[in-house]
Design a protein around this ligand. Structure first.
Ligand SMILES: Nc1nc2c(ncn2[C@@H]2O[C@H](COP(=O)(O)OP(=O)(O)OP(=O)(O)O)[C@@H](O)[C@H]2O)c(=O)[nH]1
Length: 202
Protein backbone atom coordinates (compact mmCIF):
# COMPACT_ATOMS: atom_id res chain seq x y z
CA UNK A 1 0.00 0.00 0.00
CA UNK A 2 1.39 3.41 -0.85
CA UNK A 3 0.54 6.71 0.77
CA UNK A 4 -1.97 8.75 -1.23
CA UNK A 5 0.22 11.82 -0.75
CA UNK A 6 2.86 10.12 -2.91
CA UNK A 7 0.50 10.21 -5.86
CA UNK A 8 -0.64 13.10 -8.06
CA UNK A 9 -3.86 12.78 -10.03
CA UNK A 10 -3.34 13.72 -13.68
CA UNK A 11 -6.12 14.46 -16.16
CA UNK A 12 -5.22 14.51 -19.84
CA UNK A 13 -7.21 17.12 -21.72
CA UNK A 14 -5.09 18.09 -24.69
CA UNK A 15 -6.82 16.09 -27.39
CA UNK A 16 -8.54 17.28 -30.54
CA UNK A 17 -11.96 15.68 -29.87
CA UNK A 18 -12.05 15.02 -33.61
CA UNK A 19 -14.57 12.16 -33.45
CA UNK A 20 -16.91 14.12 -31.18
CA UNK A 21 -16.59 17.27 -33.27
CA UNK A 22 -16.75 19.46 -30.15
CA UNK A 23 -14.68 19.77 -26.96
CA UNK A 24 -15.41 16.54 -25.04
CA UNK A 25 -14.31 17.77 -21.59
CA UNK A 26 -17.16 20.27 -21.22
CA UNK A 27 -19.96 17.99 -22.37
CA UNK A 28 -22.61 17.40 -19.74
CA UNK A 29 -23.60 14.00 -18.37
CA UNK A 30 -26.07 13.87 -15.48
CA UNK A 31 -25.76 17.58 -14.73
CA UNK A 32 -21.95 17.75 -14.64
CA UNK A 33 -19.30 18.11 -17.31
CA UNK A 34 -17.12 15.09 -18.02
CA UNK A 35 -14.13 17.02 -16.69
CA UNK A 36 -15.99 17.83 -13.46
CA UNK A 37 -16.87 14.22 -12.95
CA UNK A 38 -13.26 13.06 -13.36
CA UNK A 39 -11.90 15.83 -11.12
CA UNK A 40 -14.39 15.01 -8.40
CA UNK A 41 -13.21 11.40 -8.21
CA UNK A 42 -9.50 12.32 -8.27
CA UNK A 43 -9.97 14.78 -5.41
CA UNK A 44 -11.61 12.03 -3.37
CA UNK A 45 -8.18 10.35 -3.26
CA UNK A 46 -5.44 12.85 -4.01
CA UNK A 47 -4.48 16.26 -2.58
CA UNK A 48 -2.66 17.20 -5.75
CA UNK A 49 -4.19 17.11 -9.21
CA UNK A 50 -2.73 18.34 -12.50
CA UNK A 51 -4.52 19.10 -15.73
CA UNK A 52 -2.36 18.49 -18.81
CA UNK A 53 -3.40 20.40 -21.90
CA UNK A 54 -2.09 20.87 -25.40
CA UNK A 55 0.02 23.70 -26.72
CA UNK A 56 -2.61 26.37 -27.30
CA UNK A 57 -5.40 25.22 -24.95
CA UNK A 58 -6.90 27.80 -22.63
CA UNK A 59 -8.50 25.23 -20.39
CA UNK A 60 -8.40 25.60 -16.63
CA UNK A 61 -10.06 24.13 -13.57
CA UNK A 62 -10.53 25.73 -10.13
CA UNK A 63 -7.80 24.73 -7.67
CA UNK A 64 -5.89 22.72 -10.24
CA UNK A 65 -2.45 23.46 -11.66
CA UNK A 66 -2.51 23.43 -15.45
CA UNK A 67 0.55 22.31 -17.36
CA UNK A 68 1.22 21.93 -21.06
CA UNK A 69 2.69 19.12 -23.09
CA UNK A 70 6.45 19.36 -23.41
CA UNK A 71 6.15 17.42 -26.68
CA UNK A 72 2.92 18.88 -28.08
CA UNK A 73 0.71 17.19 -30.63
CA UNK A 74 1.96 13.68 -29.74
CA UNK A 75 -1.27 12.38 -28.25
CA UNK A 76 -1.78 10.96 -24.76
CA UNK A 77 1.85 9.78 -24.47
CA UNK A 78 2.89 13.45 -24.53
CA UNK A 79 0.40 14.22 -21.74
CA UNK A 80 1.59 11.33 -19.57
CA UNK A 81 5.20 12.41 -20.03
CA UNK A 82 4.44 16.04 -19.12
CA UNK A 83 2.41 14.94 -16.08
CA UNK A 84 5.24 12.73 -14.83
CA UNK A 85 7.81 15.49 -15.28
CA UNK A 86 5.67 18.08 -13.47
CA UNK A 87 4.51 15.93 -10.56
CA UNK A 88 6.26 16.39 -7.24
CA UNK A 89 5.35 12.82 -6.25
CA UNK A 90 6.93 9.46 -7.19
CA UNK A 91 3.70 8.30 -8.86
CA UNK A 92 0.90 9.77 -10.92
CA UNK A 93 -2.54 8.37 -11.58
CA UNK A 94 -3.54 9.14 -15.16
CA UNK A 95 -7.08 9.46 -16.51
CA UNK A 96 -8.59 10.99 -19.62
CA UNK A 97 -11.08 13.85 -19.45
CA UNK A 98 -13.46 11.67 -21.48
CA UNK A 99 -14.02 8.92 -18.89
CA UNK A 100 -17.12 10.19 -17.09
CA UNK A 101 -17.65 7.16 -14.82
CA UNK A 102 -14.20 6.73 -13.27
CA UNK A 103 -14.29 5.75 -9.60
CA UNK A 104 -11.80 6.53 -6.85
CA UNK A 105 -12.28 2.99 -5.49
CA UNK A 106 -10.89 1.50 -8.69
CA UNK A 107 -7.94 3.88 -8.64
CA UNK A 108 -7.20 2.72 -5.10
CA UNK A 109 -7.27 -0.93 -6.26
CA UNK A 110 -4.50 -0.22 -8.76
CA UNK A 111 -2.46 1.83 -6.32
CA UNK A 112 -2.34 -1.07 -3.88
CA UNK A 113 -0.05 -2.83 -6.39
CA UNK A 114 2.31 0.08 -7.11
CA UNK A 115 5.24 -0.62 -4.76
CA UNK A 116 8.10 -2.16 -6.74
CA UNK A 117 6.59 -1.26 -10.15
CA UNK A 118 6.88 1.63 -12.63
CA UNK A 119 3.46 1.02 -14.13
CA UNK A 120 0.25 -0.59 -12.91
CA UNK A 121 -2.30 -1.04 -15.64
CA UNK A 122 -5.65 -2.81 -16.08
CA UNK A 123 -5.82 -5.59 -18.66
CA UNK A 124 -8.68 -7.51 -20.21
CA UNK A 125 -7.42 -10.20 -22.58
CA UNK A 126 -5.08 -8.45 -24.99
CA UNK A 127 -6.56 -5.04 -24.23
CA UNK A 128 -4.88 -2.69 -21.75
CA UNK A 129 -6.14 0.66 -20.46
CA UNK A 130 -3.21 3.13 -20.40
CA UNK A 131 -5.51 6.05 -19.61
CA UNK A 132 -6.60 4.62 -16.29
CA UNK A 133 -3.26 3.59 -14.85
CA UNK A 134 -0.52 4.35 -12.34
CA UNK A 135 2.82 5.59 -13.73
CA UNK A 136 6.01 6.02 -11.72
CA UNK A 137 8.91 8.38 -12.38
CA UNK A 138 10.81 5.42 -13.87
CA UNK A 139 8.60 5.82 -16.97
CA UNK A 140 9.93 9.30 -17.79
CA UNK A 141 13.12 8.25 -19.60
CA UNK A 142 11.53 5.48 -21.70
CA UNK A 143 8.54 7.71 -22.59
CA UNK A 144 10.87 10.55 -23.57
CA UNK A 145 12.91 8.25 -25.79
CA UNK A 146 9.74 7.29 -27.63
CA UNK A 147 8.66 10.91 -28.07
CA UNK A 148 12.08 11.87 -29.39
CA UNK A 149 11.85 9.03 -31.90
CA UNK A 150 8.33 10.22 -32.86
CA UNK A 151 6.80 6.94 -31.71
CA UNK A 152 3.53 7.66 -29.97
CA UNK A 153 2.13 4.26 -29.07
CA UNK A 154 2.00 4.32 -25.27
CA UNK A 155 2.57 0.57 -25.07
CA UNK A 156 5.86 0.98 -26.91
CA UNK A 157 7.81 1.69 -23.74
CA UNK A 158 6.27 -1.00 -21.55
CA UNK A 159 9.11 -3.48 -22.21
CA UNK A 160 11.51 -0.90 -20.72
CA UNK A 161 9.77 -0.60 -17.33
CA UNK A 162 8.51 -2.82 -14.53
CA UNK A 163 4.86 -3.40 -15.40
CA UNK A 164 2.18 -4.95 -13.23
CA UNK A 165 -0.94 -5.95 -15.15
CA UNK A 166 -4.15 -6.15 -13.16
CA UNK A 167 -6.97 -8.22 -14.52
CA UNK A 168 -10.10 -6.13 -14.89
CA UNK A 169 -12.19 -8.89 -13.34
CA UNK A 170 -10.12 -8.61 -10.18
CA UNK A 171 -10.71 -4.86 -10.18
CA UNK A 172 -14.44 -5.32 -10.59
CA UNK A 173 -14.46 -7.59 -7.54
CA UNK A 174 -12.54 -4.91 -5.68
CA UNK A 175 -14.84 -2.03 -6.57
CA UNK A 176 -18.03 -3.19 -8.14
CA UNK A 177 -18.35 -2.10 -11.74
CA UNK A 178 -16.32 -1.87 -14.90
CA UNK A 179 -18.40 1.05 -16.16
CA UNK A 180 -15.44 2.99 -14.92
CA UNK A 181 -13.60 2.27 -18.17
CA UNK A 182 -16.23 3.73 -20.45
CA UNK A 183 -14.65 6.19 -22.79
CA UNK A 184 -16.82 8.76 -24.60
CA UNK A 185 -15.45 9.66 -28.03
CA UNK A 186 -18.42 10.01 -30.37
CA UNK A 187 -21.92 11.58 -30.26
CA UNK A 188 -23.35 8.05 -30.14
CA UNK A 189 -21.22 7.14 -27.12
CA UNK A 190 -22.26 10.39 -25.45
CA UNK A 191 -25.94 9.60 -25.98
CA UNK A 192 -25.41 6.12 -24.50
CA UNK A 193 -23.52 7.53 -21.49
CA UNK A 194 -26.33 10.03 -20.86
CA UNK A 195 -28.89 7.26 -21.09
CA UNK A 196 -26.93 5.13 -18.59
CA UNK A 197 -26.68 8.08 -16.23
CA UNK A 198 -30.43 8.83 -16.49
CA UNK A 199 -31.33 5.18 -15.95
CA UNK A 200 -29.12 5.03 -12.86
CA UNK A 201 -26.86 2.35 -14.35
CA UNK A 202 -23.72 4.17 -13.24
N1 LIG B 1 -2.17 16.47 -22.86
C1 LIG B 1 -2.61 15.83 -23.94
N2 LIG B 1 -3.73 15.08 -23.86
C2 LIG B 1 -4.15 14.45 -24.98
C3 LIG B 1 -3.49 14.56 -26.22
N3 LIG B 1 -4.17 13.82 -27.15
C4 LIG B 1 -5.20 13.26 -26.49
N4 LIG B 1 -5.20 13.64 -25.18
C5 LIG B 1 -6.16 13.25 -24.15
O1 LIG B 1 -6.10 11.84 -24.01
C6 LIG B 1 -7.42 11.31 -23.84
C7 LIG B 1 -7.71 10.32 -24.96
O2 LIG B 1 -7.67 11.03 -26.18
P1 LIG B 1 -8.18 10.39 -27.52
O3 LIG B 1 -9.63 10.04 -27.38
O4 LIG B 1 -7.27 9.30 -27.93
O5 LIG B 1 -7.99 11.58 -28.54
P2 LIG B 1 -8.80 12.93 -28.68
O6 LIG B 1 -7.89 13.85 -29.41
O7 LIG B 1 -9.34 13.40 -27.37
O8 LIG B 1 -10.05 12.55 -29.59
P3 LIG B 1 -10.04 12.21 -31.16
O9 LIG B 1 -9.57 13.45 -31.87
O10 LIG B 1 -11.47 11.89 -31.46
O11 LIG B 1 -9.11 11.03 -31.33
C8 LIG B 1 -8.36 12.49 -23.80
O12 LIG B 1 -8.55 12.83 -22.45
C9 LIG B 1 -7.59 13.58 -24.54
O13 LIG B 1 -7.94 14.89 -24.12
C10 LIG B 1 -2.31 15.39 -26.30
O14 LIG B 1 -1.66 15.56 -27.34
N5 LIG B 1 -1.92 15.99 -25.12
Amino acid sequence: MIQMNSVTGVVLAGGKSGRMGTDKAVLNIGGRSMLDRVMHELFRLFDQVLLVTGEADQRGYPGVRVIRDIYPGCGPLGGIHAGLKAAGTPYIFVTGCDMPFVRAELMACLLDHAPGYDLVIPRKGEYVEPLFAVYGKGCIGPAENMLREKKYNIRGFFPEVRVKYIDRKEMEQCAGSDRCFINVNTPEELAEARRMSEDGEV
